[in-house]
Design a protein around this ligand. Sequence first.
Ligand SMILES: NC(=O)c1ccc[n+]([C@@H]2O[C@H](COP(=O)([O-])OP(=O)(O)OC[C@H]3O[C@@H](n4cnc5c(N)ncnc54)[C@H](OP(=O)(O)O)[C@@H]3O)[C@@H](O)[C@H]2O)c1
Length: 373
Amino acid sequence: MTSKLILVTGATGYIASRLIPRLLERGYRIRALARHPKRLKTRKWYSQVEVMQGDVTDPSSLPRALEGVWTAYYLIHNMSSGHGYASREIEGARNFASAAEAAGVEHIIYLGGLADPEQHIAPHLRSRIETGMTLRRGKVPVTEFRAGVIIGSGSISFEMIRFMTELFPVIPGPAWMRNKSQPIAAQNVVDYLLAALENHNGEGGAFEIGGPGSFTYRELMQKYAEIRGHKRGFLLLPCIPVWFMAFGIGWMTPVPYPIAYALAGGLSSDSVVRHGGAGETFPEVRLIDFESAVREAMKRLHPLEVEQVWDDGRDASLKHEGFFILHRKDRKAGEFIHRKFSFGEEWSNGQTLYFAPFGLCGFLYWAFRRLWW
Ligand SMILES: NC(=O)c1ccc[n+]([C@@H]2O[C@H](COP(=O)([O-])OP(=O)(O)OC[C@H]3O[C@@H](n4cnc5c(N)ncnc54)[C@H](OP(=O)(O)O)[C@@H]3O)[C@@H](O)[C@H]2O)c1
């Protein structure tokens, strides 16, 4: 057991929820920073970490969170906070860098977005790059990783691809779907984040990370469909307004409208690794191919595998990790009943109803099913 204390920010988020168990396996002491700590109560690792309330846009909440910390992971983004999120992201990073310096933190590890900052890129990608630059302006050395689409159950970029491909026999999209992306397995993202903790060769650097292949967004969906055994067509339209696409994505997938708006805008440029230095600096990371990463993500398509992010004492209706979910806290949970249809699969334990939709009929079924459950 090492006594080194690691701060993981964005603890309610996707990447942190995958990183924390692996840090615990390695014997690190973990402090998890969250704006709403009660959201963490149902995580399997809750009792093994020290949970602290904090918000990077409130500098007064940071000194206590950073006290005694050896290395801090910066896994925060603010895209869902609406208009002006980019300036809030910069402000948060600035507050964090100076509080880390004051607390004597030795290293900050940041995961941002993959884009060529010399090109015209979407505002949310620009903001991810500028967040890294802001962190680096402080005196604490920063290791930055820049990732594009992350393949793993619960990852927002993967869930967008999954729901769109599951639901639409013919997938509508902008001509931008011809742009390229280089997806990376969630496990490899965590591998890099862990490698940077002990391997200091990358300190001060910004590393573009991606899996072994690059594909157009359309090819990504096509490959996902093949792995799932679905036949899918595409309808590429030259001028769909981003707000309209974001509205459809927000309605049908787990991605909320403001994030969908930002992500859809991000499709307008390539998101591929141009500088391959990550492989040389962190040779311990063994890259996983796209198909294996998707198959691994699909193994979690069972209610017992799903992270219960809604279970903080409220009723909830949400789309999450491949499911439409309805949770009623006033009911008692019993045994799971499983039903399979041509348009989807359903599980219910009396308290929570899960439906994995397939095709538009699945979507319509859910629209009615939730009314009578
Ligand atoms: N997942 C992907 O597909 C993907 C792809 C490429 C890069 N990345 C990068 O990976 C990093 C982590 O992403 P993620 O997918 O784990 O994000 P996520 O699931 O959306 O989590 C973001 C986290 O940031 C927290 N947060 C937001 N504003 C905050 C504030 N002011 N103070 C403290 N915490 C705040 C959120 O807390 P609340 O629960 O309180 O909102 C949440 O825990 C981001 O930098 C993202 O750009 C992700």
